[in-house]
Write a protein that binds this ligand. Structure first.
Ligand SMILES: [Zn+2]
Length: 282
Protein backbone atom coordinates (compact mmCIF):
# COMPACT_ATOMS: atom_id res chain seq x y z
CA UNK A 1 0.00 0.00 0.00
CA UNK A 2 1.22 3.52 -0.82
CA UNK A 3 2.15 5.95 1.99
CA UNK A 4 0.36 8.83 0.42
CA UNK A 5 -2.68 8.92 -1.72
CA UNK A 6 -3.60 11.82 -3.98
CA UNK A 7 -7.01 12.90 -2.95
CA UNK A 8 -7.51 15.70 -5.43
CA UNK A 9 -7.79 15.16 -9.16
CA UNK A 10 -4.38 15.03 -10.88
CA UNK A 11 -3.17 18.14 -12.68
CA UNK A 12 -4.47 18.10 -16.20
CA UNK A 13 -2.01 16.61 -18.63
CA UNK A 14 -0.14 19.19 -20.66
CA UNK A 15 0.04 18.83 -24.44
CA UNK A 16 1.40 15.37 -25.29
CA UNK A 17 5.09 15.48 -26.32
CA UNK A 18 4.49 14.67 -30.01
CA UNK A 19 2.14 17.64 -30.31
CA UNK A 20 4.44 20.13 -28.58
CA UNK A 21 6.46 20.99 -31.65
CA UNK A 22 5.43 23.98 -33.75
CA UNK A 23 3.66 22.55 -36.75
CA UNK A 24 5.90 23.37 -39.67
CA UNK A 25 6.06 19.93 -41.26
CA UNK A 26 4.71 19.96 -44.75
CA UNK A 27 5.32 23.67 -45.20
CA UNK A 28 8.91 23.33 -46.33
CA UNK A 29 10.55 20.87 -48.64
CA UNK A 30 14.19 20.01 -49.20
CA UNK A 31 15.27 20.04 -52.83
CA UNK A 32 16.62 16.62 -53.83
CA UNK A 33 19.20 18.20 -56.11
CA UNK A 34 20.58 21.36 -54.47
CA UNK A 35 19.45 20.60 -50.89
CA UNK A 36 18.00 24.08 -50.54
CA UNK A 37 15.01 24.36 -48.23
CA UNK A 38 12.17 25.65 -50.35
CA UNK A 39 8.83 26.94 -49.17
CA UNK A 40 6.26 24.49 -50.54
CA UNK A 41 3.99 27.27 -51.77
CA UNK A 42 6.84 28.80 -53.78
CA UNK A 43 7.54 25.41 -55.28
CA UNK A 44 3.91 24.85 -56.22
CA UNK A 45 3.62 28.33 -57.70
CA UNK A 46 6.62 27.42 -59.86
CA UNK A 47 5.00 24.22 -61.25
CA UNK A 48 7.06 22.10 -58.84
CA UNK A 49 10.37 23.27 -60.32
CA UNK A 50 13.01 24.21 -57.72
CA UNK A 51 13.38 28.02 -57.90
CA UNK A 52 17.07 27.70 -56.92
CA UNK A 53 18.40 24.98 -59.25
CA UNK A 54 15.53 24.20 -61.66
CA UNK A 55 15.25 20.59 -60.46
CA UNK A 56 11.95 19.15 -61.71
CA UNK A 57 9.88 17.56 -58.95
CA UNK A 58 7.01 15.28 -59.94
CA UNK A 59 3.83 17.02 -61.05
CA UNK A 60 0.53 15.22 -60.51
CA UNK A 61 -1.72 14.23 -63.41
CA UNK A 62 -4.28 17.00 -62.93
CA UNK A 63 -1.65 19.75 -62.49
CA UNK A 64 -0.03 18.49 -65.66
CA UNK A 65 -3.25 19.10 -67.58
CA UNK A 66 -3.43 22.58 -66.07
CA UNK A 67 0.11 23.20 -67.29
CA UNK A 68 -0.56 22.03 -70.84
CA UNK A 69 -4.18 22.95 -71.57
CA UNK A 70 -6.16 26.20 -71.68
CA UNK A 71 -8.21 25.91 -68.51
CA UNK A 72 -11.16 23.63 -69.21
CA UNK A 73 -11.26 20.06 -70.48
CA UNK A 74 -13.63 17.12 -70.72
CA UNK A 75 -12.55 13.89 -69.11
CA UNK A 76 -13.32 10.54 -70.77
CA UNK A 77 -13.73 7.08 -69.19
CA UNK A 78 -13.20 8.53 -65.71
CA UNK A 79 -14.94 5.68 -63.91
CA UNK A 80 -13.29 2.74 -65.65
CA UNK A 81 -11.88 0.45 -62.98
CA UNK A 82 -9.82 -2.77 -62.87
CA UNK A 83 -11.75 -6.01 -62.39
CA UNK A 84 -8.73 -7.64 -60.74
CA UNK A 85 -8.83 -10.55 -63.21
CA UNK A 86 -6.25 -12.66 -61.36
CA UNK A 87 -7.74 -12.05 -57.91
CA UNK A 88 -4.19 -11.09 -57.00
CA UNK A 89 -2.68 -10.78 -53.55
CA UNK A 90 0.97 -10.18 -52.61
CA UNK A 91 1.64 -8.49 -49.28
CA UNK A 92 -1.87 -7.07 -49.64
CA UNK A 93 -4.84 -7.71 -51.87
CA UNK A 94 -4.70 -5.84 -55.19
CA UNK A 95 -8.36 -4.85 -54.68
CA UNK A 96 -7.35 -3.12 -51.44
CA UNK A 97 -4.53 -1.24 -53.15
CA UNK A 98 -6.89 0.03 -55.83
CA UNK A 99 -9.48 1.05 -53.26
CA UNK A 100 -6.90 2.93 -51.21
CA UNK A 101 -5.38 4.75 -54.21
CA UNK A 102 -8.85 5.65 -55.44
CA UNK A 103 -9.79 7.11 -52.08
CA UNK A 104 -6.53 9.02 -51.73
CA UNK A 105 -6.36 10.45 -55.24
CA UNK A 106 -9.96 10.56 -56.40
CA UNK A 107 -9.02 8.73 -59.59
CA UNK A 108 -10.15 5.24 -60.60
CA UNK A 109 -6.80 4.33 -62.18
CA UNK A 110 -3.36 5.74 -63.01
CA UNK A 111 -4.29 7.99 -65.94
CA UNK A 112 -6.51 10.93 -66.91
CA UNK A 113 -7.65 11.02 -70.54
CA UNK A 114 -9.18 14.30 -71.64
CA UNK A 115 -10.17 16.42 -74.59
CA UNK A 116 -9.27 20.10 -74.36
CA UNK A 117 -7.63 23.08 -76.01
CA UNK A 118 -3.93 23.86 -76.20
CA UNK A 119 -3.29 27.46 -77.24
CA UNK A 120 -6.66 27.39 -78.96
CA UNK A 121 -6.16 24.08 -80.81
CA UNK A 122 -8.30 21.05 -79.93
CA UNK A 123 -6.18 18.17 -78.60
CA UNK A 124 -6.61 14.81 -76.90
CA UNK A 125 -4.35 14.55 -73.88
CA UNK A 126 -3.53 11.66 -71.50
CA UNK A 127 -1.71 12.31 -68.26
CA UNK A 128 -0.34 9.55 -66.02
CA UNK A 129 -0.40 9.64 -62.22
CA UNK A 130 2.64 8.11 -60.51
CA UNK A 131 1.03 8.14 -57.08
CA UNK A 132 -1.53 5.58 -58.30
CA UNK A 133 0.31 2.23 -57.81
CA UNK A 134 3.52 3.63 -59.31
CA UNK A 135 1.72 4.87 -62.45
CA UNK A 136 1.63 1.26 -63.57
CA UNK A 137 -0.15 0.23 -66.76
CA UNK A 138 -2.80 -2.44 -66.38
CA UNK A 139 -5.87 -3.18 -68.47
CA UNK A 140 -7.54 0.12 -67.51
CA UNK A 141 -4.61 2.37 -68.46
CA UNK A 142 -4.13 0.41 -71.70
CA UNK A 143 -7.80 0.60 -72.60
CA UNK A 144 -8.10 4.29 -71.73
CA UNK A 145 -5.05 5.18 -73.82
CA UNK A 146 -6.43 3.12 -76.72
CA UNK A 147 -9.80 4.87 -76.49
CA UNK A 148 -8.05 8.26 -76.35
CA UNK A 149 -6.20 7.36 -79.56
CA UNK A 150 -9.48 6.28 -81.17
CA UNK A 151 -11.06 9.57 -80.06
CA UNK A 152 -8.17 11.49 -81.65
CA UNK A 153 -8.74 9.48 -84.84
CA UNK A 154 -12.50 10.01 -84.91
CA UNK A 155 -12.31 13.73 -84.14
CA UNK A 156 -9.11 14.30 -86.17
CA UNK A 157 -7.27 15.94 -83.29
CA UNK A 158 -3.60 15.58 -82.39
CA UNK A 159 -2.59 13.54 -79.35
CA UNK A 160 -0.28 14.16 -76.38
CA UNK A 161 0.50 11.46 -73.82
CA UNK A 162 2.40 12.40 -70.69
CA UNK A 163 4.09 9.30 -69.27
CA UNK A 164 5.11 8.85 -65.66
CA UNK A 165 5.24 5.18 -64.87
CA UNK A 166 7.09 2.30 -63.30
CA UNK A 167 5.92 0.05 -66.16
CA UNK A 168 3.37 -2.72 -66.60
CA UNK A 169 1.17 -3.56 -63.60
CA UNK A 170 2.42 -6.87 -62.27
CA UNK A 171 -0.82 -7.52 -60.39
CA UNK A 172 -2.50 -8.06 -63.75
CA UNK A 173 0.24 -10.32 -65.16
CA UNK A 174 0.05 -11.07 -68.88
CA UNK A 175 -3.05 -8.92 -69.29
CA UNK A 176 -1.00 -5.82 -68.55
CA UNK A 177 1.62 -6.93 -71.10
CA UNK A 178 -1.09 -7.32 -73.75
CA UNK A 179 -1.72 -3.57 -73.45
CA UNK A 180 1.65 -2.90 -75.11
CA UNK A 181 0.48 -4.53 -78.34
CA UNK A 182 -3.02 -3.06 -78.22
CA UNK A 183 -1.86 0.54 -77.69
CA UNK A 184 0.89 0.19 -80.30
CA UNK A 185 -1.60 -1.10 -82.89
CA UNK A 186 -3.92 1.84 -82.22
CA UNK A 187 -1.00 4.28 -82.60
CA UNK A 188 -0.16 2.71 -85.96
CA UNK A 189 -3.69 3.57 -87.12
CA UNK A 190 -3.22 7.15 -85.91
CA UNK A 191 -0.01 7.29 -87.93
CA UNK A 192 -1.78 6.02 -91.07
CA UNK A 193 -4.38 8.76 -90.61
CA UNK A 194 -1.50 11.28 -90.54
CA UNK A 195 -2.41 12.66 -87.13
CA UNK A 196 0.54 13.72 -84.98
CA UNK A 197 1.27 12.19 -81.59
CA UNK A 198 3.74 13.78 -79.17
CA UNK A 199 5.02 11.67 -76.31
CA UNK A 200 6.23 13.53 -73.25
CA UNK A 201 8.36 11.43 -70.91
CA UNK A 202 8.65 12.61 -67.32
CA UNK A 203 10.48 11.30 -64.28
CA UNK A 204 10.29 8.28 -64.19
CA UNK A 205 9.22 6.52 -67.37
CA UNK A 206 10.28 2.89 -67.33
CA UNK A 207 9.35 -0.70 -68.20
CA UNK A 208 6.36 -1.52 -70.38
CA UNK A 209 5.36 2.11 -70.88
CA UNK A 210 8.79 2.94 -72.34
CA UNK A 211 8.50 -0.27 -74.38
CA UNK A 212 5.25 0.88 -75.96
CA UNK A 213 3.58 4.26 -76.37
CA UNK A 214 6.17 6.44 -74.59
CA UNK A 215 8.73 5.78 -77.34
CA UNK A 216 6.31 5.75 -80.29
CA UNK A 217 5.66 9.48 -80.65
CA UNK A 218 6.22 11.42 -83.85
CA UNK A 219 8.24 13.42 -81.36
CA UNK A 220 9.52 11.90 -78.14
CA UNK A 221 10.41 14.69 -75.75
CA UNK A 222 11.35 14.64 -72.07
CA UNK A 223 11.68 16.89 -69.07
CA UNK A 224 15.21 17.65 -67.79
CA UNK A 225 16.77 15.00 -65.57
CA UNK A 226 14.00 12.43 -66.02
CA UNK A 227 14.81 8.76 -65.45
CA UNK A 228 13.89 6.95 -68.65
CA UNK A 229 14.63 3.33 -69.38
CA UNK A 230 13.33 -0.19 -69.79
CA UNK A 231 15.15 -2.28 -67.19
CA UNK A 232 16.75 -0.78 -64.09
CA UNK A 233 20.50 -0.01 -64.06
CA UNK A 234 21.33 -2.86 -61.65
CA UNK A 235 19.72 -5.46 -63.89
CA UNK A 236 21.62 -4.12 -66.92
CA UNK A 237 24.95 -4.07 -65.05
CA UNK A 238 24.46 -7.67 -63.98
CA UNK A 239 23.53 -8.75 -67.50
CA UNK A 240 26.30 -7.04 -69.46
CA UNK A 241 28.82 -7.26 -66.58
CA UNK A 242 29.93 -3.68 -67.08
CA UNK A 243 29.73 -0.50 -65.07
CA UNK A 244 27.25 1.93 -66.57
CA UNK A 245 28.37 5.46 -67.50
CA UNK A 246 27.49 8.55 -65.44
CA UNK A 247 24.00 9.92 -66.07
CA UNK A 248 22.93 6.74 -67.87
CA UNK A 249 19.12 6.61 -68.40
CA UNK A 250 18.63 10.34 -67.77
CA UNK A 251 16.99 12.49 -70.46
CA UNK A 252 20.15 14.44 -71.36
CA UNK A 253 22.10 11.20 -71.94
CA UNK A 254 19.27 9.75 -74.03
CA UNK A 255 19.07 12.92 -76.13
CA UNK A 256 22.81 12.74 -76.75
CA UNK A 257 22.47 9.13 -77.91
CA UNK A 258 19.51 9.65 -80.21
CA UNK A 259 16.70 8.16 -78.15
CA UNK A 260 14.91 11.47 -77.68
CA UNK A 261 14.15 14.40 -79.95
CA UNK A 262 14.36 17.12 -77.32
CA UNK A 263 14.69 17.88 -73.62
CA UNK A 264 12.29 20.69 -72.79
CA UNK A 265 12.01 22.53 -69.44
CA UNK A 266 8.56 22.29 -67.86
CA UNK A 267 7.60 25.91 -68.38
CA UNK A 268 8.38 25.79 -72.10
CA UNK A 269 6.45 22.56 -72.75
CA UNK A 270 3.11 24.02 -73.75
CA UNK A 271 4.67 26.44 -76.24
CA UNK A 272 6.97 23.73 -77.59
CA UNK A 273 4.22 21.14 -78.10
CA UNK A 274 1.75 23.56 -79.61
CA UNK A 275 4.29 24.93 -82.11
CA UNK A 276 5.21 21.35 -83.00
CA UNK A 277 1.54 20.73 -83.80
CA UNK A 278 1.52 23.92 -85.89
CA UNK A 279 4.44 22.49 -87.81
CA UNK A 280 2.76 19.09 -88.30
CA UNK A 281 -0.72 20.34 -89.12
CA UNK A 282 -0.11 23.82 -90.53
ZN1 LIG B 1 17.06 22.78 -56.08
Amino acid sequence: MAWFKREKKPIEQPTPPDERRVKTEGLWIKCEACRAIVWKKDLEANWNVCPKCQFHFKLNAAKRLELLLDGQWTEHDASMISTDPLDFTDTRAYKERIKEAKKKLGMSDAILCVEGKMNGRGVVCCSMEFAFIGGSMGAVVGEKVTRAIELALASRQPLVIVSCSGGARMMEGTISLMQLAKVSAALARLDEAKLPYISLLTDPTTGGVTASYAMLGDLNIAEPGALIGFAGPRVIEQTIRQKLPEGFQRSEFLLQHGFLDAVVPRKELKGYISSAFDMFLG
